[in-house]
Write a protein that binds this ligand. Structure first.
Ligand SMILES: NC(=O)c1ccc[n+]([C@@H]2O[C@H](COP(=O)([O-])OP(=O)(O)OC[C@H]3O[C@@H](n4cnc5c(N)ncnc54)[C@H](O)[C@@H]3O)[C@@H](O)[C@H]2O)c1
Length: 323
């Protein structure tokens, strides 16, 4: 298939593009490099440095390329920043996404796979969180993703654009070529590995008095290659729908730090800080629906395997794509 990957120079998009290429698909990447990296663009793709806010640019790119499907990763994704600057989040994640959808409708592109997030749920009533859980986002980032999911439903009903929303929990790990390099890096595993490499002085633990076995928050880490595999399966989905994506297990902040200490064999300084507002104690996905509907099976069930792959990449590129 011909796949048009929007945001393919970013962390998750780069690995999905790599896997698509490995499986014989033809890939074009559209990215403004605001957050992504030129070095994360697989050399086998056709790269378009373009801005989704520019309706003409995205329309021209889609109509020239005429893909069979679009994967839409492009977004701003910092929860804290979204609480300071909601306009940036609603504009990029909703308005600019509409430019993409309109370009698809104009060119008759029938299918989209959308990067959604567990942030659409807000604090859950219980875990694991399945697709029937209430959606009560507590920040503009989560709200923007939920709004786009709803927009997709109407574009399907009115224009016939089939969609699959994949709500990732915590994407982590690396392929041999591409890994995680956000600026700033707010994700736990790369931050801990940066501390191991001396790229940051320590790692901060926000809250040690949660109602969890070791008092720190528990999150569901899913390997980036398992996540990429779900995108490929989504291309063949018979019906539009939304799926939660995690391993169904959880690791605490202290467990992640311990795993990084074991795998790197290095000293990692951890500093205990007060809780951050809006951090639920546990976020764990139920992924039964995607397993049943699309036959998805995660290959990486252990935290250590995820950390090992991330560590291999960080050792090769200690300063990320700057190297
Ligand atoms: N990383 C996670 O754990 C996680 C969890 C849940 C959901 N998500 C979602 O997955 C997607 C990808 O996440 P990521 O971690 O790879 O983020 P990322 O920032 O690494 O990648 C996003 C890419 O989109 C590009 N982009 C942003 N706005 C654009 C625009 N207006 N025009 C063109 N390109 C634009 C950026 O340059 C970047 O390359 C995001 O939509 C995010 O909300 C990520």
């Amino acid at each position: 298939m011909k796949i048009f990957v929007v945001g393919g120079a970013g962390y998750i998009g780069s690995v999905c593009a790599e896997l698509l290429l490995n499986e014989g698909h033809e890939v074009a990447i559209f990215d403004n490099l605001s957050e992504g990296h030129r070095g994360a663009v697989d050399l086998r793709t056709h790269f378009i440095e373009g801005e989704l806010a520019d309706r003409g640019e995205i329309e021209a790119a889609i109509s020239n390329h005429r893909p069979d499907a679009v994967m839409h990763f492009a977004a701003n994704a910092l929860v804290g920043e979204s609480m300071q600057n909601p306009s940036k989040y609603f504009r990029n994640n909703i308005c600019n996404g509409l430019n993409l959808l309109d370009a698809m409708v104009a060119a008759g592109i029938p299918r989209i796979v959308f990067s959604s997030t567990c942030a659409i749920f807000g604090p859950p009533d219980g875990v694991p969180i399945d697709e029937t859980a209430p959606t009560r986002p507590i920040n503009p980032y989560g709200e923007s993703k939920l709004a786009f999911e709803k927009i997709l439903r109407w574009y399907d009903e009115i224009h016939g654009v089939k969609f699959v929303c994949l709500r990732y929990f915590n994407a982590a790990g690396a392929s041999e070529k591409f890994g995680e390099d956000h600026r700033p890096e707010t994700h736990l595993i790369p931050a801990v590995l940066q501390a191991a490499l001396g790229e940051r002085p320590n790692v901060e633990i926000y809250g040690t008095d949660y109602d969890t076995p070791d008092g720190t928050c528990i999150r569901d880490y899913i390997h980036i290659l398992d996540l990429a595999q779900a995108h490929i399966l989504a291309l063949g989905a018979a019906n539009s729908g939304c799926y939660n994506l995690g391993t169904g297990g959880g690791s605490s902040v202290r467990e992640v730090i311990e795993s990084c200490r074991t795998i790197t064999g290095l000293t990692i300084n951890a500093i205990e800080k007060p809780r951050r507002p809006g951090d639920p104690p546990r976020l764990i996905a139920s992924s039964d629906k995607i397993k049943k509907d699309l036959g998805w099976q995660p290959q990486f069930q252990s935290l250590d395997a995820i950390v090992e792959s991330a560590w291999r990449w960080h050792q090769k590129f200690p300063r990320g794509y700057e190297d």
